[in-house]
Design a protein around this ligand. Structure first.
Ligand code: SER
Length: 886
């Protein structure tokens, strides 16, 4: 009996043998479809190949595609566990031709694979074709020899497949398997077609049209093929089962559930095991593809599935979290075909465990409340909406979980009442919000959030994605269209652009629609709505359009490098300076980073060097960066650094870096840095490249600020420094490694020369020393020497005055200097005469004659400046007059 893994391989091998490229499943979160919550069929990733918008280096492909149908248009959640063929997660096998082969090959391929490779009895097979598709009917006759009774013409949309309201589409032929008359049911198109006897196993779509937004059907230039076959269905058939949950793969998961809860897999808890087995697959694959539980959008669908599974585990009597213990069984079954499952195993287990631990704290009380409420109402009545809302709001019961719990008792919920209670709560939230002091302009964002929900951020996993333009805002008001040259704020349902928060600046990039293009320069966030601040650069952008969103990759990479380096810096500062270091703010821009932290003193050169070396060490170690979601308490328990004073929600993202065996940092004993953070990061630390700490300054009392560079900016900085060094070495005519010694020697030499020059100048000013200097005169009973000099500076004068005082022995001296266009004058009086005459009086009189004013000093030495050095004789005369008047 072939296993599901064998069947998947047989399918892919068959088409590979027939010239098809085996293409990997695309992630569950579609990058290329703004309207789709999750990938729900194989053709999603090829959408643009059918319409000819995109071409690749292959025209035939085959895939096993991960699909989730829960939430959005296709939602199988309610039926899972209770029916034979509903799943939230399933695999779709498909073969595709993009303008290559058409019906004439698709039908023979299908027939050959089913009847030869899969060895299905041809007598058990019958097909449907679109009622006008004679060509397909003829091919079935010719290729498979089917009679008219087994080629059923269907006139409804059942045989005209559309991916949605717009997009590629075409007639299809569906292949059915007849399980025999022991099972009730009629062939397709008959009154009893809903019975279980005839099961559709394969849909072959002949893509030849495109459904246009205006309702018309366009004929595509090329004819293509899109087929889809549920692996679980064909698996059941080939394994001789009627129920998908009896296939080997599903059975092994059911048994894992039974084992973990010590239950009989086929006993009274059978439905619970089936739900758990299915939900284990969808939740694990969603987490592996980057979806995290939350209260909005995709994250909420994941949370609903998780909690639903957890209630079923609870029904089985499980006392502790169960789901995470089943992950190894799933990885054993599917890890080879989907390696992402193994890579994300730890994260899947942790996320499931955290969610289940948290939910278990309210699950019991919620179920008790449910019982109490049911006891209050007449038997068989619907649960009042108020009660369902309380379960939702206070106990974390998604509405469908309550409905699922009631289903077992044949009861329903008053959903209109639930909606009314929800609307009332929203109105209250709005009233509270208007009281928070937000400006009136900001009300538009709140309204948009109410209408459309939060913008879903896709940028942790991708830098390009498609979104839908939900609103265009100019000057605080919504507009239908923005034209070339307009500045506009664009709101989309999902975006790979990061909106500024937590110190990381908003992304820049391009938003493109069928009619125009806008350049996004910044992205902000208000009421959880991402506001893409943009200018329309081409054509026009209209509300309601599908849009391609492309983040400026180089800029994001630089921002990311800085942000990850900030985490390393935080840790290194704590390591070097001490545990008192706490982050007080940060900025992560493309060209620089800034980090504020509590610390009293400036960093020493040694500390700076140590911090820089530690960060670079971890960059070179190239450790992984991982992100997990947990409660703030669990995160703190792990030793995660949180931003001081920041309010955190119910759940926080925890970013861990540099898991190095043997590292002592972090309470898990392995991880270098653990922080609560909503930003985007490098995948491995080596991507940061290089870290240079530039400066350290005081930011405010007790807070230091450092600035740093990473990656190319750090390299540019070091290169510029290297170039300057080379330039200096060139000037010095010395090798770069001798520059320091040479500069030191030059500085010493310069100092010695300066001293020598000053000495020589003094000597020169004193008449060359050898000539004996100027003569002393006796005036007013005081010996007086005066001298006019040039080429010396004001600060040389005291030395000259002292020298003259030595010469005169007892008396007064005056030196008038031409300092290069200006005058300086200094006077001195020997100590024995200061009682009689003050140097200050002499210098003031002289300064006045020089066109200066004032002058100051002590009685034995005073100095002043003047404007006109040519007046030196008048200055000397003025000093002499002071002495003469004694
Ligand atoms: N797109 C078609 C389907 O989903 C065939 O893959 O049924």
């Amino acid at each position: 009996m072939p296993s599901l893994n064998d069947i998947r391989s047989t399918y892919l091998d068959f088409f590979q043998r027939n010239g098809h490229r085996v293409v990997e499943s695309s992630p569950l979160v579609p990058r290329n479809d703004p309207t789709l919550m999750f990938a729900n069929s194989g053709m999603v990733q090829f959408k643009n190949l059918f319409t000819g918008v995109e071409t690749r280096d292959y025209t035939r492909a085959t895939t096993a595609q991960k699909c989730v149908r829960a939430g959005g248009k296709h939602n199988d959640l309610d039926n899972v566990g209770y029916t034979a063929r509903h799943h939230t997660f399933f695999e779709m096998l498909g073969n595709f031709s993009f303008g290559d082969y058409f019906k004439e090959s698709a039908i023979p391929f299908a027939w050959e694979l089913l009847t030869k490779d899969f060895d299905i009895d041809p007598k058990r097979l019958l097909v449907t074709v679109y009622h006008t598709d004679d060509e397909a009917a003829d091919l079935w006759k010719k290729v498979a020899g089917l009679g008219d009774d087994r080629i059923i013409r269907i006139a409804t949309d059942d045989n005209f497949w559309r991916m949605g309201p717009t997009g590629p589409c075409g007639p299809c032929t569906e292949i059915f398997y007849d399980h025999g008359d022991s099972i009730w049911g009629g062939p397709p198109g008959s009154a009893d077609e809903d019975g279980d006897r005839y099961i559709e196993i394969w849909n072959n779509v002949f893509m030849q049209n495109e459904q246009m937004p205006d309702g018309t059907l366009r004929k595509l230039d090329m004819q293509s093929i899109d087929t889809g076959m549920g692996l679980e269905r064909i698996g059941a058939l080939l394994q001789g089962k009627h129920d998908n949950y009896d296939t080997d793969l599903m059975r092994s998961l059911i048994e894992a559930s039974a084992h973990a809860t010590s239950n009989d897999p086929d006993g009274p808890g059978k439905v619970h095991h089936r739900v758990i087995a299915d939900h284990l697959r969808s939740t694990s694959f969603l987490i592996a593809d980057g979806v995290m539980p939350s209260n909005e959008g995709r994250g909420y669908v994941l949370r609903r599935i998780m909690r639903r599974a957890m209630r079923h585990a609870h029904m089985l009597g499980a006392q502790d979290p169960v789901m995470h213990r089943l992950v190894p069984a799933l990885v054993r079954q599917m890890g080879a075909a989907y390696p992402e499952l193994g890579r994300a195993q730890a994260m899947i287990e942790e996320t499931l465990k955290a969610e289940e631990t948290k939910f278990r704290t309210t699950l019991d009380r919620g179920l008790r409340l449910l019982d109490d409420e049911l006891a209050k109402i007449p038997e068989g009545a619907a649960l009042p909406g108020e009660a369902a809302f309380k379960l939702y709001d206070t106990f974390g019961f998604p509405l469908d979980l309550t409905q699922d719990a009631l289903r077992e008792r044949g009861l329903t919920v008053d959903t209109a009442g639930f909606d009314a209670a929800m609307a009332e709560q929203k109105a209250k939230a709005r009233a509270a919000w208007s009281g928070t002091g937000e400006t009136k302009d900001a009300a538009i964002w709140f309204d948009l959030a109410e209408e459309h929900g939060a913008t879903e951020f896709l940028g942790y996993d991708t830098e390009t994605a498609e979104g839908q333009v939900l609103a265009l805002v100019q000057k605080g008001a919504a507009v239908p269209v923005a034209k070339q040259g307009d500045e506009v704020q664009i709101v989309v349902n999902q975006s790979p652009f990061y909106a500024e928060s937590g110190g990381q600046v908003g992304d820049a990039g391009i938003i493109r629609t069928a009619t125009g293009e806008a350049r996004v320069t910044d992205v902000k966030k208000s009421a959880n709505v991402f506001i893409h601040v943009a200018t329309v650069t081409m054509g026009e952008i209209a509300k309601g359009q599908g849009a391609e969103l492309v983040v400026d990759h180089a800029r994001r990479a630089a921002i990311q490098g800085n942000h990850s380096a900030t985490h390393l810096l935080n840790e290194a500062l704590r390591g070097v300076l001490g545990d008192h270091v706490a982050q007080r703010g940060s900025l992560n821009a493309p060209d620089r980073m800034r980090f504020d932290f509590s610390h009293q003193k400036a960093l020493s050169a040694d500390e700076i060097a140590k911090v820089e070396a530690e960060v670079n060490h971890y960059i070179r170690q190239n450790g992984a960066v991982t992100t997990r979601l947990m409660s703030p308490d669990d995160a703190r328990g792990l030793g995660a650094q949180a931003l001081f004073g920041e309010k955190y929600g119910e759940e926080v993202r925890v970013v861990s870096m540099g898991a190095l065996p043997g590292s002592k940092k972090g309470t898990d004993g392995q991880t270098y840095s653990i922080e609560l953070c909503g930003g985007t990061h490098v995948a491995r630390l080596g991507e940061i490249g290089l870290f240079v700490l530039l400066s350290d300054s005081a930011s405010s009392a007790g807070v230091r600020r450092v600035e740093a560079l990473t990656g190319q900016a750090a390299l540019d900085h070091l290169n510029a420094q290297g170039a300057r060094l080379a330039e200096i070495a060139g000037v010095l005519k010395a090798p770069a490694n001798e520059v320091v010694e040479r500069v030191k020697a030059l500085a010493d030499e310069r100092k010695a020369l300066a001293n020598e020059v000053a000495q020589l100048r003094r000597e020169l000013a004193m008449g060359g020393g050898a000539k004996g200097g100027p003569e002393a005169k006796e005036i007013g009973g005081v010996k007086f020497i005066a001298q006019a000099v040039s080429g010396v500076s004001g600060k040389d004068l005291p030395a000259l005055v002292d020298a003259l005082k030595g010469t005169v022995g007892s008396g007064a001296v005056l030196v008038v200097a031409d300092t290069g266009g200006k005058a300086a004058v200094a006077a001195g009086v020997t100590a024995d005469l200061t009682a009689k005459v003050s140097a200050v009086d002499l210098v003031r009189a002289a300064a006045e004659a020089l066109g200066g004013k004032g002058g100051g000093g002590r009685p034995d030495m005073a100095q002043a400046g003047g404007a006109d050095p040519a007046k030196a004789p008048e200055a000397i005369a003025a000093a002499e007059a002071v002495l003469a008047a004694l």
